[in-house]
Structure formats: structure tokens, C-alpha cells
Ligand binder design. Structure first.
Ligand code: NAD
Length: 488
């Protein structure tokens, strides 16, 4: 049985409660973790409060050095951590390994930034006194909470831990109830490498208990949530009462436009990875595809060939070459949701060209497997078009012009990512300017670069993660005025 990490100690929940973590590929219990309550959250927040002044006083170089020592340990155990991630989340081994590497890269990015944070010196009007000037100081915001979903448990934990610690704050991480194990392992290694107790803690349990206790705790000053738009709305409401600083990285329904002049081979790879990576369970997945009539048939044909090369199976195993492994969906509920969305579209006339079923193989019966699908003639008002589809189902629409494609791309409550495949600079430029989204990738796979701010508009959220910009959300600005120094 695993424990959670409070104040530098591996601990059980005060009330002794636990919950199991299941393997989505076979339904077996991988491990059991504490189910924390409000009392555990209170203990951890107090430890974080006690750690705050000391951590804020540690020099930026020293903070970075402490984190880097931990990152070396994580890198040394990357394979074991990735295997744990596959077991609890379901993603194939190569995807889990790439997630660990992405986590390490993101954390190193923030370690490198630690000593480069700066405020400002501002000249002031002479009426305030000759040579008066203002200062903009930046200070740690205080105790932070990071609430993380199950689809990318490690990278999305890193996007909170990295900037919080580098800005001098303690942070408490609450992983999703179903994916706490690889997170606990990494947070343990970062602590063992020398972080002071209380600086980086991890509390396991339900969102409605641990998540809400963190968001409503008066001593937590900053909450970073990655999750569904529904949870985001709730967190915004309950955090508002205490004027907490929040960022919300929420759901999406990213559009992708394939133009007649696109490099079709590259566009195909981009769309396949964009839709089917992590069995389609990505916030920034391509969830609506708009293909120009001139290349529609060729594109759909190429897509079917590639989608046909996926083989469902336990992420810990590999299919024979040249097939590609796709793991199970993360939970029974997740699969039922995607099945419901697809059935609704089919009932209204959509055509499924490939996949869209549970597999027949006996060996896969106990997992939440679902064959990757490509769907045409999807009505614009069907659930497949209007809801976030968090699974391997791609609806495709034929378009005749860029105006039509952009209008359809914008016909969504979400605004996270978007992409266009074209050689035409003015079309690319129009897509960047006119698509309502936090990011537009041009001839590129949908991917959250550590170097570039990432965040949604509309129902996709508030604020940014990634990039130097993310650190600003973990800093408070204080103004100071130096006046009258040379009054005689
Ligand atoms: P979720 O909203 O159900 O859960 C996310 C986290 O919030 C979990 O840790 C959960 O325990 C916690 N939580 C749930 N209810 C809470 C509450 N009332 N108060 C506080 N915390 C609470 O989301 P999920 O199903 O784990 O993840 C999938 C969703 O996340 C999708 O909508 C996806 O698009 C989104 N997502 C967004 C991004 C992004 O960067 N924008 C990235 C990944 C996933």
C-alpha cells in the first residue's frame, strides 16, 4: 500500500481510509492509496505555511540546484516511473516514457528560469521629489495548490510544481483519484533529494473532498486546476469567495483544417497523432477535422489506412511491427461516454468508416478498450460535434473555402488549440488571427511546448501554463516608492 507525502513524511489518512487504483487494461488493483479528508488537507496546508518563509528565502540558484538533484533521480528511474504510469493510466509504454521526458524537460525549463525572474525600476514625476523612483517587487504568492487530471498526470503536475517552486512558493499537489502512483513516486524523489519538508506535498483522494478542501482553505492563496470545464466552473465559484488567484486549464474541442495545398503526408501524421495519442484523451486533441473538398477523398483514404494500423492491447506490451499500440480508455465511465456520443451521431445519420466498437478478443474483455474510429456525415447538432469527445473518435467534415472552415472551427464553446495545414502564408495568417483559440499550430502536431504559454479562451479556461509567463501567476507584485532621497 502506498502512502501520501505530508510535511516530508509518508503518511496514511488520519481516518485510515484508503481507495484502490485500478489498471484500465485489465481491471486489476495496482495499488491502494490513502483517501485523505479535510483534516489531512489542514495538516498539509499548515506544513506549507510553516515552510513558506524559509523557502522564499532560499536563493534562486539553490532552489534550482535542489530541484535538479531530484530530477537526476527521476531521470535515473524513468523506466520504472513510466511503467507505473502505464499500469495506472493505461497509456502505452512509449507514450508513458515520453511523458516522463516531457516532465523532466519542463522542470528543467523552470529550474533554468529561477535566477532570471525580475521586477522593475520606474522613473516617477519630479513633483514627488527629485530622483524619486518606483520599484515593482515580485514576491511569492504564498501557499499554492495544484489539481491535476488523469490524462497526463506527470506533465500537468510539472507545469504547476516547476513555476510554483521556482517563484519561492510551497505547493500541494492533488493528483486525480485514479492516477496518483507515478506522481507520488516523483514527488517522493524530489523530496528525498533535499527539498525542505512542507515545500512539495502530495495528497491523494477524491476531488470533491481533497480538491474542494484545498480550494476553500483560507490559507491557500493560489489554485491551478487542469480538468474539465465543469470542474473549472465549480472551482472558480468556490475560490472566488476568498479572492484566490486561479488559473483554469479546461476542456477543448480543437479544430484542424486541411487545405488543398497541404503536405498531405505530414498532415496525415499530424492528424493521427493529434487525435489518437493517449487513445484520444487529450485536452488539445483534434476533435473536429475540416478537410477541403479537393483533397477530401485522398485524405480520408490515407487516414483509414493509418487508423487501421492501431492494435489494441495492454500498454505494457508491444504489437508486432508495423502495428502501433493503443491502450484502453482510462475508465468504464470514459468509454461509456464516448460510446454514447458516437451512438447519438449514428442515430442521426453519421457513418462510421472504421472502428467504434469494443474489441471481441477475450484477452481484452476486462479492460476499457475501444477501437479507434473515423466518422463522416456527422450532424452539426449531434453530441459528437457539440461536446468534448475524450476518446479515439474523429468526425470529419468536407469544406469548400477557408471562410467556411474558420466559421465552423469557431462554432464551439471551447477555444483551446487549433491547427491548419497549408503552404499558403496568407491562409496560415488568417487562421492564426481569426480562429478563437489559445494556440494555432501551422503545419504542426498539437503539442504543449514548455517554452510557449499555453491556455484556452472561452470555455477552455483562464490564464496560462508553460513558458516564463506561467511563473507570473505564482508571484505577487508589490510597488514601492523611493521619494525625497535628496531633499535638502
Ligand atoms: P476532472 O475535472 O474530473 O478532474 C480534474 C481534477 O480535479 C482531478 O484531480 C479531480 O479529482 C479534481 N476535482 C474534481 N472535482 C473537483 C472539485 N469539485 N473541486 C476541486 N477539485 C476537483 O477532469 P478529468 O476527467 O480528470 O480530466 C479530463 C478533463 O481535463 C478534460 O475535460 C480535458 O480536456 C481537461 N484537460 C485540460 C487540459 C488543459 O491544459 N486545458 C489538459 C488536460 C486535460
Amino acid at each position: 500500500m502506498s502512502k501520501m507525502l505530508i510535511n516530508g513524511q509518508w503518511t496514511d489518512a488520519l481516518n485510515g481510509e484508503t481507495h484502490p487504483v485500478f489498471n484500465p487494461a485489465n481491471g486489476q488493483v495496482v495499488d491502494t492509496v490513502p483517501a485523505a479528508s479535510r483534516a489531512d488537507v489542514d495538516l498539509a496546508v499548515k506544513a506549507a505555511q510553516a515552510a513558506l518563509p524559509g523557502w522564499a528565502d532560499v536563493s534562486p540558484d539553490e532552489r534550482a540546484a535542489l530541484i535538479r538533484q531530484g530530477l537526476h533521480q527521476v531521470a535515473a528511474q524513468a523506466k520504472e516511473i513510466a511503467a507505473l504510469l502505464t499500469a495506472e493510466q493505461g497509456k502505452p509504454a512509449f507514450e508513458a516514457q515520453s511523458e516522463v521526458q516531457h516532465f523532466l524537460h519542463g522542470m528543467e525549463f523552470y529550474a533554468g528560469l529561477a535566477s532570471k525572474l525580475r521586477g522593475a525600476q520606474v522613473p516617477l514625476p519630479p513633483a514627488l521629489g527629485k530622483h524619486a523612483y518606483g520599484l515593482v517587487l515580485k514576491r511569492p504568492v504564498g501557499v499554492c495548490a495544484g489539481i491535476v487530471p488523469w490524462n497526463f498526470p506527470l506533465t500537468l503536475m510539472g507545469t504547476k510544481v516547476g513555476p510554483a517552486l521556482m517563484a519561492g512558493n510551497p505547493i500541494l499537489i492533488k493528483p486525480a483519484r485514479t492516477t496518483p502512483l507515478a506522481t507520488l513516486k516523483i514527488i517522493g524523489l524530489l523530496n528525498e533529494a533535499g527539498l525542505p519538508p512542507g515545500v512539495l506535498q502530495c495528497l491523494t483522494g477524491a476531488g470533491s473532498v481533497v480538491g474542494e478542501s484545498l480550494v476553500t482553505h483560507p490559507a491557500v492563496r493560489r489554485v491551478a486546476l487542469t480538468g474539465s470545464s465543469e470542474t473549472g466552473r465549480r472551482v472558480m465559484q468556490i475560490a472566488g469567495a476568498d479572492f484566490k488567484r486561479i488559473t483554469l486549464e479546461l476542456g477543448g474541442s480543437d479544430p484542424c483544417i486541411v487545405c488543398p495545398d497541404a503536405n498531405l503526408k505530414r498532415a496525415l501524421s499530424g492528424v493521427v497523432v493529434g487525435r489518437y495519442w493517449n487513445a484520444g484523451q487529450q485536452c488539445l486533441a483534434i476533435k473536429r477535422l475540416y478537410v477541403f473538398a479537393e483533397v477530401y477523398d485522398a485524405f480520408v483514404e490515407g487516414l483509414l489506412e493509418r487508423v487501421g494500423s492501431y492494435r489494441l492491447g495492454d500498454g505494457a506490451t508491444r504489437p508486432e511491427k508495423p502495428f502501433i499500440r493503443m491502450g484502453p480508455l482510462h475508465s468504464a465511465q470514459q468509454r461509456a461516454e464516448v460510446e454514447g456520443q458516437l451512438a447519438d451521431a449514428v442515430a442521426r445519420g453519421a457513418k462510421v468508416l472504421i472502428g467504434g466498437q469494443r474489441p471481441n478478443e477475450r484477452a481484452l474483455k476486462d479492460g476499457h478498450f475501444f477501437e479507434p474510429a473515423v466518422v463522416l456525415d456527422v450532424p452539426a447538432d449531434s453530441r459528437l460535434a457539440t461536446e468534448e469527445v475524450f476518446g479515439p473518435v474523429l468526425p470529419i467534415w468536407k469544406v469548400k473555402a477557408l471562410d467556411e472552415a474558420i466559421e465552423k472551427a469557431n462554432g464551439s464553446p471551447w477555444g483551446l488549440g487549433s491547427s491548419i495545414w497549408t503552404q499558403n502564408l496568407s491562409w496560415a495568417n488568417r487562421a492564426i488571427r481569426e480562429i478563437e483559440a489559445g494556440v494555432t499550430w501551422v503545419n504542426q502536431i498539437h503539442y504543449g511546448y514548455d517554452e510557449l504559454p499555453f491556455g484556452g479562451v472561452k470555455a477552455s479556461g483562464l490564464g496560462h501554463e508553460h513558458g516564463p509567463e506561467a511563473v507570473e501567476y505564482y508571484l505577487e507584485r508589490k510597488g514601492a516608492v523611493f521619494g525625497g532621497l535628496d531633499w535638502e
